[in-house]
Design a protein around this ligand. Structure first.
Ligand code: GLC
Ligand code: CA
Length: 557
């Protein structure tokens, strides 16, 4: 068993966590000021989203210097202090590793713009499509779209060629085929490990090996192909991950690694995370967060069916039962708030549904990730005007959709459901005017519901969502069956109940959860009454059925 098989991780999006100097933007000193909060929560690992030098086009996922901290967030000395403060509390630090692309302001890319430079080949430069005049419509080398909309190739008039950017045009993709690029990245990773970092969350990592030459794919309404399957999981993916593992000493030093990967299934994740592969510790998959969209576009809203969610999560539970490992998450800085998306964030059911969604996730096998504010039951932002949004992805969707004729109200509804800014509003520390996040003016509006939903209130309430998270984390630490037990899904077709068992030797847990805003009867085989120990429940008066959003965890005798 690796150490992270019993761990719970917490994600901080530094821009939105805590601002120490009143400029309205969260920073490292803000995190240092709240270390005791993380400690009382009981988490083992902190994943820190990027704090590196960056022009901030994508809030730090566009890196201009991998070995320095952006002044907005503080200094390297602050980061050293954060590392030692965490280690003193038994918490390990995992840094974000964004190496599929850099910022277009990174010195490597600036040099690479010159075709004669030795760095030209560090990025993916290609001439215009055969028979097309460079820089004219449809002259891009392939029809690849960027994840943020628009073409994935940017024309560079100075050299007459295009560079590939699978994200914004300010995020050019690195050429991993070039061995110098790989060596440079491994050296940078070793430099962080030597500084005390305990592992890496690897941004869009299965895009680093690409299929060449760039191919055209099936097109959407705007003539571009947004199917990343065409570029993901390229032929050298396993080779690169094994090389990275060896060169950085990932397995040898027991470093924590989680790779972010779209376009995978349980079989592929097993191949990346099986111990003998010596590649990754675990993978953030996407299938379960794509179920509420109707097409390849996340803005194309569809209703989520519980049976499909259960089937998807179960496929990874079964597929990784004997080999490989799961990263468990419902929320992060790219996803809407889980209580608004999977639960019911109305005042009547917010607390119960946040707890029940959490219980379900935390009783699965794998390493659970809590995203800042999720442990409070923080909700979506509730923005009603486009001026309130900041996210590059959200704004480019809105501009493109509205100029293509989508009514602005429809675009605003899609944003209110799916925008990444839903999860990026400031952390709610207390009921003060700016939720205790800043003494200045926050970069993104504070949710008005911070008056009710905040750390100060929930810390002192034994029935709060926060108290429930502490119990869930403790349960994982205390019970080997939560860490290791085999998963079995019950009632797969039921659209209200999410029920499953976890078994290890003679020990058996049963989780019964009502994922709906209506009461529900339990089938007789799941009515335990007196013959089972209730380890954790959301409601106090245990009836035979379940109240709306009620859940229970039983241990069978
Ligand atoms: C990942 C990050 C996301 C970022 C993208 C490009 O998906 O989580 O925030 O925009 O990669 O780096
Ligand atoms: Ca600040």
């Amino acid at each position: 068993m690796a150490w992270w098989h019993s761990a719970v991780a917490y994600q901080i999006y530094p821009r939105s966590f805590a601002d120490s100097n009143g400029d309205g933007i969260g920073d490292l000193r803000g995190i240092i000021n709240h270390l005791d909060y993380l400690s009382q929560l009981g988490i083992d690992v902190l994943w820190l989203a990027p704090v590196y030098s960056s022009p901030m086009v994508d809030n730090g996922y566009d890196i201009a210097d991998y070995c320095d901290v952006d002044p907005l967030f503080g200094t390297l000395a602050d980061l050293d202090e954060l590392i030692s403060g965490l280690h003193a509390r038994g918490i390990r630090l995992v840094m974000d590793l964004v190496v599929n692309h850099t910022s277009d302001q990174h010195p490597w890319f600036i040099e690479s713009r010159n075709p004669a430079s030795p760095k030209r080949d560090w990025y993916i430069w290609r001439p215009a499509r055969r028979g097309h005049e460079p820089g004219t419509p449809q002259a891009e080398p392939s029809n690849a779209g960027s994840a943020f909309g628009g073409p994935g190739w940017e024309y560079d008039p100075a050299s007459g060629e295009y560079y590939l950017h699978l994200f914004s045009r300010h995020q050019p993709d690195l050429n991993w085929e070039n061995p110098e690029v790989r060596a440079e990245i491994y050296q940078m990773m070793r430099w962080w490990v030597d500084r005390g970092v305990d592992g890496f969350r690897m941004d869009v990592i299965n895009l680093i090996s690409k299929t060449y030459p760039p191919q055209d794919g099936p097109v959407g309404p705007d003539g571009l192909c947004y199917d990343a399957a065409l570029v993901a999981n390229g032929p050298r993916m396993h080779e690169f991950l094994k090389e990275m593992n060896r060169e950085v000493g990932i397995s040898e030093r027991e470093l924590f690694t989680v790779g972010e990967m779209g376009n995978v299934d349980a079989g592929l994740v097993r191949s990346y995370t099986a111990e003998q592969s010596a590649e990754l510790g675990m993978v953030f998959t996407f299938e379960h967060v794509l179920l509420d969209q109707a097409s390849a576009l996340k803005w194309d809203l569809a209703e989520l069916k519980l049976s499909r969610l259960k089937k998807t999560l179960a496929s990874y539970q079964y597929g990784l039962a004997d080999e490989g490992w799961n990263a468990l998450y419902l929320e992060n800085h790219d996803q809407p708030r889980s209580v608004s998306r999977f639960g019911d964030d109305s005042p009547q059911f917010r607390v119960a549904s946040a707890k029940t969604v959490a219980t379900t996730l935390h009783l699965l096998k794998g390493t659970p990730f809590v995203y800042q504010g999720q442990e409070l039951g923080m909700t979506n932002a509730g923005f009603t005007s486009v001026e309130q949004y900041q996210d590059v992805d959200s704004l480019s969707f809105y501009q493109q959709a509205v100029s293509a004729g989508l009514p602005a109200e429809t675009a605003l509804v899609a944003l209110s459901v799916k925008s990444r800014d839903n999860a990026r509003t400031p952390m709610q520390w207390d009921a003060d005017s700016q939720a205790g996040f800043t003494t200045g003016f926050p970069w993104l509006p504070v949710n008005p519901n911070h008056v009710q939903i905040n750390v100060a209130t929930e810390l002192s309430d034994p029935d709060s969502v926060l108290s429930h998270y502490r119990k869930l984390i403790e349960l994982r630490h205390n019970l080997v069956v939560v860490q290791q037990g085999r998963f079995e899904l019950l009632l797969p077709e039921d659209e209200q109940l999410f029920c499953f068992t976890r078994s290890l030797g003679s020990e058996r847990l049963v989780v019964v959860a009502n994922w709906s805003s209506n009461p529900v009867d339990l089938p007789s085989e799941l009515q335990f009454a007196a013959d089972a120990e209730l380890l954790l429940g959301t409601h106090s008066d245990a009836e035979l059925g379940l109240a709306a959003w009620e859940s229970r965890v039983y241990r069978l005798a």
